[in-house]
Design a protein around this ligand. Structure first.
Ligand SMILES: C[S@@+](CC[C@H](N)C(=O)[O-])C[C@H]1O[C@@H](n2cnc3c(N)ncnc32)[C@H](O)[C@@H]1O
Length: 242
């Protein structure tokens, strides 16, 4: 997800902005989500929906932080299981793999099959080809369905499928952030497991819903860029009791 501050442009960045975006591929988002397009400009890629940009290869500090903050809490557990929804450009998945043990299992749920294809192709190098890691299994499905398939199954669930806690990729994602979806995430977590949710900004009603479902909630503000620059994004770390 990229919500960027327009400050600190270098002359080299202006040169890059002169290059026109080239459409590489397009795909339909299942469940009436409209069209998703992959564009390239020089060495930069972006995934766009009709509503706006979903992910850009330039800034991924907060996508990394989503995984780092959540996985730090469960990294010492034996055979940790982590569910990640969705794949995007693979940064969150790669950051989780860096933080997790060799016996971890990471299930990546991605709604749009083309996104998986792009990660096995031109996008793979950005995050260091995380899908080639033996700990990773990819499930081309709605994370809402994956969540409900098993109970007490995951040590961590990492959600970055929209711009924040409301459907951006498609309206149907609203369920994930409503009480029913949060209760399903709670049930899918093992005791003391953590649900981590990425957002472009704070949302007090969402924080309240997390509490209502029974989570202990910590809201963290992180920078968009790993260099401690860029806008500030929000990550909720919601922990299920033991
Ligand atoms: C913002 S990107 C994720 C960025 C990712 N954190 C990264 O590090 O690159 C959102 C991704 O979620 C996927 N997605 C949207 N709705 C989904 C759903 N219900 N289930 C699974 N994946 C979904 C989109 O297709 C897209 O690949």
């Amino acid at each position: 997800m990229v919500i960027e501050e327009t400050v600190g442009f270098s002359p080299q960045m202006f040169e890059v902005f002169m290059i026109p975006w080239k459409l590489i591929d397009r795909a339909q988002v299942p469940g009436h989500g409209g069209e998703m397009c992959l564009y390239q400009r020089g060495g930069e890629f972006t995934i766009r929906l009709a509503a706006g940009e979903l992910m850009n290869s330039r800034a991924h500090g907060s996508e990394d932080a989503l995984a780092e903050l959540a996985c730090a809490r469960i990294a010492d557990r034996p055979c940790p299981r982590v569910l990640i929804g969705g794949l995007g450009m693979g940064y969150t998945t790669a950051a989780a793999l860096r933080r997790l043990r060799a016996d971890a299992q990471v299930l990546v749920s991605e709604l749009v099959p083309a996104v998986v294809k792009w990660n096995r192709g031109p996008l793979g190098e950005f995050a260091g080809h995380p899908l080639q890691d033996a700990r990773v299994t990819v499930c081309e499905a709605d994370v809402a369905l994956v969540l409900q398939a098993e109970q007490r199954a995951y040590d961590a669930i990492l959600l970055d499928v929209d711009n924040g806690p409301e459907g951006f990729s498609r309206k149907g994602n609203d369920w994930l952030y409503a009480r029913a979806g949060l209760a399903a995430a709670f049930a899918a977590l093992r005791p003391a497991g953590v649900l981590a949710v990425w957002s472009a900004g704070p949302d007090r009603a969402f924080t309240k819903r997390l509490h209502q479902v029974g989570f202990t909630v910590n809201e963290v503000r992180v920078r968009a860029r790993a260099s401690n620059k860029g806008g500030r994004h929000t990550i909720w770390l919601a922990v299920r009791g033991s």
